[in-house]
Design a protein around this ligand. Structure first.
Ligand code: BGC
Length: 383
């Protein structure tokens, strides 16, 4: 008994010391170690339901946490920053013991994270790095630079150019391409674009690839909030401004399936397609990301060329492992402690691998792994 009291007193001192060090060491004044999962609640804040990947992420995190007995408060913010800040504020006032957050704007959550730190609530940044705050305890994501490299390589492979993965490529170009990037308030957008440009820039420099619009800076090619309609409009504008002289677009770097579908709509409205193999004016090679079901069908049908598959079930699993570690008073294991500087500190990260999917890979990577059923691919929608 006295030993236990002694330990409690000791951990109280440790907690105070940690708290005095400015919130370092998540869970510091929030004693969760001895609590049963049933008595702990975890707030899960997701950006939007307009993209099915975030629905899959939210569901997977919730299911996996509930399977371990935790209470879960899952909220979607409709891509609206004030809604997300308000939802997180509410999670904190309602006594969340840990937070898992996929930010809309990675720089907009400073005061929420400060409030969480003041309460000793550990914060796990989910897929998108939360920036400009010391109160981010852990980051779970995919290797986002590698995603960009894979997108660049998929564009080259689609065009028939040789790459390390596809040395059989025999095309020589030159090819006209256009570039799209994601939302500038999402840290990932820079990793994707930089990764892709690490592959494409040398070929732009030697003339194999021609960005006919001249728009090669991320600020010129970004898409606020990753919106499909915005990408469609920009592609339409490019076709009118740059390709009205009889020239054609051969390839489009797109970082996300939703954007790819907007781009493809603009292209088909302007006489391209319907498929990559159609005769007179074939659909350009368009890349993507997320293996969204509507795009997987477009890939199966030969309309979109590729996507990058990121298994959200595995990401959810890592978020759950990290939350559990913090709640048990431990530090989760990181596999990257270098690359994700959020402007204030390098956030310890766990990064997962990614897979490039062309039509031939759908069965093995997406159906056999149980991510989508063959029927869903056929129908182009989730059941
Ligand atoms: C995610 C991508 C997703 C994009 C748009 C990024 O932060 O990493 O998987 O395509 O947001 O939702």
């Amino acid at each position: 008994m006295s030993r236990k009291l002694g330990l409690t007193a000791l951990s109280a001192v440790a907690a105070l010391t940690l708290a005095a060090c400015g919130g370092e060491g998540a869970g510091s004044n929030n004693n969760t170690e001895d609590a049963a999962p049933e008595d702990l609640s975890i707030g899960v804040s997701m950006p939007t339901q307009t993209s099915e990947r975030w629905i899959a992420d939210g569901n997977a995190v919730k299911e996996q946490l509930e399977a371990k007995g935790y209470e879960v408060d899952l909220q979607y913010a409709g891509d609206d920053i004030p809604t997300q800040t308000q939802q997180i504020d509410q999670m904190i006032t309602q006594g969340a013991d840990a937070l898992i957050i996929a930010a809309i704007d990675g720089t907009a959550l400073g005061s929420q994270l400060q409030a969480a730190a003041d309460e000793g609530i550990p914060v796990i940044s989910y897929d998108r790095l939360i920036r400009d705050s010391e109160n981010v305890d852990f980051y779970v994501s995919f290797d986002n630079f590698k995603v960009g490299v894979a997108q660049g390589n998929a564009l080259l492979t689609g065009l028939g150019l040789p790459t390390e993965d596809n040395p059989e490529g025999t095309a020589t170009g030159p090819f006209n391409i256009e570039l799209f990037a994601g939302s500038l308030d999402d840290n990932n957008a820079f990793f994707f674009f930089d990764g892709a440009m690490s592959v494409l820039q040398p070929l732009i420099d030697d003339g194999t690839l021609v960005v006919k619009s001249g728009q090669t800076e991320i600020e010129q090619v970004a898409t606020l909030r990753w919106q499909q309609e915005t990408a469609q409009r920009r592609m339409e504008d490019l076709l009118t401004s740059t390709y009205n002289d009889g020239s054609r677009v051969d390839g489009v770097l797109s970082p996300y399936d939703g954007l790819s579908r907007g781009i493809i709509t603009a292209l088909s409205n302007n006489g391209y397609g319907p498929t990559i193999d159609s005769g007179a004016q074939p659909m350009p090679i368009v890349t993507g990301q997320d293996a969204e079901i509507a795009s997987v069908k477009l890939i199966a049908d030969g309309v979109q060329s590729s996507t990058i598959f990121k298994d959200t079930r595995l990401l959810a699993e890592q978020a759950v492992i990290a939350a559990e570690a913090f709640l048990e008073g431990e530090e989760p294991e990181a596999n990257n402690t270098e690359d994700y500087d959020n402007g204030v500190k390098v956030v310890p990260s766990y990064l997962l691998d990614i897979v490039t999917v062309f039509a031939d890979d759908i069965q093995a990577e997406l159906v056999d792994t149980g991510y989508w059923t063959a029927e869903e691919v056929e129908a182009g929608q989730a059941e």
